[in-house]
Design a protein around this ligand. Structure first.
Ligand code: C2E
Ligand code: CA
Ligand code: CA
Ligand code: CA
Length: 281
């Protein structure tokens, strides 16, 4: 386990263009040689906008690199996906996060656990088995697990996506569309899929801020309203300022996530954070 600091002090290591190829090769080699025990999960609270209560957490992958320190996904995720290593990493992450959520539940802290699933894993046979195994071994209620899929992942092959989602829903797992607003898929198309949650990308929040001449994020409001009419909840991502918070509340978002509310943090800090929120601090 890493000595991950409570605050999310992630090294944003970005190799220069000249070193990028060497960095990618180094990452690929390390992943192949079994860096699995160097991965760490940080958790970012997702907060209800009506009560301010914590609803769940999103699991975010970090790599405790022996020389570079704690790395954000930017530094290694695409290499891990390309080399096929992201599937075994995510298999581990599913086990770890469901175990963690089940442990919190026994402590009276019932949080929905959101896990990001890559396009490759989503289209792999093994996903259903990986999810089922993690749920069985942890004893976590399936409804407490939410898989986050980006709109590009589900738009790649809508028919296959629909089948895969139906199977997952069949055993009670929740599904969210992640980064909504970054792709070109239509909301109507996405809404035909069995999803319960729409995560509105940070870029739409900042765009709404720029466009809001009369203080209303009309685009944001329209998206949220359409989602609601289909029984889909929306999460505003990347809420960084009090103005963002005011805007997404006004737009009718159900939930919010962002640095203003809480940064990603190590597991031990989640219980302390939740206690403080419950105590009204
Ligand atoms: P994401 O799924 O959209 O996750 C949210 C990202 O936004 C996280 O970055 C989080 O730290 C960051 N964030 C949260 N609040 C704010 C805010 O108020 N302002 C700003 N500027 N950023 C905020 P992180 O942890 O660096 O992850 C980046 C991306 O890497 C994630 O974006 C996700 O696409 C991917 N990722 C992370 N963990 C996993 C994983 O386990 N599996 C897969 N497939 N992808 C992952
Ligand atoms: Ca996500
Ligand atoms: Ca997102
Ligand atoms: Ca994103």
């Amino acid at each position: 386990a890493a000595k991950a600091a409570g605050r999310d002090r992630v090294h944003l290591f970005s190799p220069g263009l000249r070193d990028a190829a060497r960095w990618r090769m180094d990452v690929a080699t390390r992943l192949r040689d079994g860096a699995l025990d160097q991965f760490v999960v940080h958790y970012q609270p997702v907060v209800r906008l009506d009560t301010g209560a914590i609803e769940g957490v999103e699991a975010l992958l970090r790599w405790q690199h022996p020389e570079r320190g704690l790395l954000a996904p930017d530094a290694f995720l695409s290499v891990a996906e390309e080399t096929g290593q992201l599937i075994p990493i995510t298999r581990w992450l599913l086990r770890e996060t469901t175990r963690q959520a089940a442990e919190w539940a026994t402590q009276g802290l019932s949080l929905r656990m959101a896990v990001n699933i890559s396009a490759r894993h989503f289209s792999a046979e093994t996903l259903v088995r990986d999810v089922r195994t993690a749920l069985r071994d942890s004893g976590l209620a399936p409804e407490q697990l939410m898989l986050e899929l980006t709109e590009t992942t589900v738009a790649e092959d809508p028919t296959r996506a629909e089948d895969q989602l139906a199977v997952l829903q069949g055993f009670g797992v929740r599904v969210a569309i992640d980064d909504f607003g970054t792709g070109w898929s239509s909301l109507a198309q996405l809404m035909a899929l069995p999803i319960g949650t729409l995560k509105i990308d940070r870029s739409l929040i900042t765009a709404a801020e720029r466009l809001a001449t009369s203080g209303t994020g009309a685009v944001l409001g329209a998206i949220v309203e359409l989602a609601h009419s289909l029984g889909i909840r929306s999460v505003a991502e990347g809420v960084e300022t009090a103005e963002h918070l005011r805007m997404v509340r006004e737009a009718g978002c159900d939930l919010a996530q962002g640095y203003l509310l809480a940064r990603p943090m190590a597991s031990g800090d989640v219980t302390r954070w939740a206690d403080r929120v419950r105590a009204g601090g």
